[in-house]
Ligand binder design. Structure first.
Ligand code: ZN
Ligand code: ZN
Length: 285
């Protein structure tokens, strides 16, 4: 599309039509998160994943990274996106670091959320940086404190920073970590939905089937901290709620930043938090 000398608006419309057509043809793999993706100039790229996690979580992050690097294990032939775990360069609040994903855990309090992922977007679709946070206030309780539930959530939150959305939010298992099956209670010993499945890789290949003329992926390990685009521990910093699943457990928030970028946050709520009012904005319950 970049070679046509048409007005930008026409290109935009043509691009949207093309996206629509692609989506219609591939309904079996349609869980892109808003078309968001990292800009890159090569068919395959490596995303640096900063490990800011505790000893209890690090094996879970290592497993998730390994799984996302292993498409053939899950019946897919290839992946455009490789992950490389590097020493975390974020802080306790999991501030963003440009060109990277920073992954954190901590006692974030009785917030109602188990995990969240936040990405910063420029140019409408390009991810420039991302974070994923796991809330130990819940993961340290008996209900959630097991390796399978941890694996499921960290695999999913990291995947959101790739531009992947959920395959399902109704609680059924698609045997993908991008579903809302709960590895708790009677299912605590189940490894279902703790890893990606083939559809996740199919979707990644669709999202990253084009090349960009620039890159938003950091080449140096020590990327610069970015200011003014972070969400904070205060949930009102997420901005406006823009969508929520029918059962209320998955919500998306957007905020517009002074530098013209957008920060989009995917929040995974606990069942307890959502049970009283499925359609409410759970930040204010
Ligand atoms: Zn692009
Ligand atoms: Zn999610």
């Amino acid at each position: 599309m970049k070679t046509f000398s048409l007005p930008a608006r026409t290109l935009q419309i043509a691009g949207l039509a093309l996206l629509g057509a692609t989506a219609a043809m591939t309904a079996w793999a349609d869980h892109s998160w808003g078309g968001y993706h990292w800009a890159r100039t090569t068919p395959q790229f490596t995303l640096k994943v900063g490990n800011n996690m505790s000893v209890a979580w690090t094996p879970r992050l290592t497993q998730a990274s390994s799984d996302w690097n292993s498409p053939t294990t899950f019946g897919a032939t290839s992946t455009p996106l490789l992950t490389a775990i590097v020493t975390g360069t974020s802080n306790k609040r999991c501030s963003m670091v440009s060109g990277t994903v920073q992954v954190c855990n901590g006692r974030y309090g009785l917030t109602g959320w188990l995990g969240l992922a936040s990405i910063n977007i420029t140019g409408g679709v390009h991810i420039t940086q991302g974070i994923a946070k796991m809330n130990d206030t819940y993961f340290n309780t008996a209900t959630y404190n097991n390796p399978n539930e941890r694996q499921h959530v960290v695999c999913q939150e990291v995947a959101h920073t790739f531009g992947l959305d959920h395959q399902s939010t109704d609680g059924s298992s698609q045997n993908s970590c991008n579903d809302y099956f709960s590895n708790t209670g009677a299912n605590a010993a189940s490894t279902s939905s703790t890893r990606p499945n083939q559809h996740d890789f199919d979707q990644l290949n669709i999202i990253y089937s084009h090349l960009d003329s620039t890159t938003t992926v950091a080449n140096a390990v020590a990327a610069t901290a970015s200011r003014g685009v972070d969400i904070s521990d205060d949930a009102s910093s997420w901005g406006q709620m823009v969508s929520q699943s029918a059962n209320g457990r998955s919500s998306v928030y957007e905020r517009y930043n002074a530098n013209g970028s957008k920060t989009v946050t995917h929040v995974f709520w606990t069942e307890e938090k959502t049970a009283n009012c499925r359609a409410c904005d759970h930040r204010y319950e």
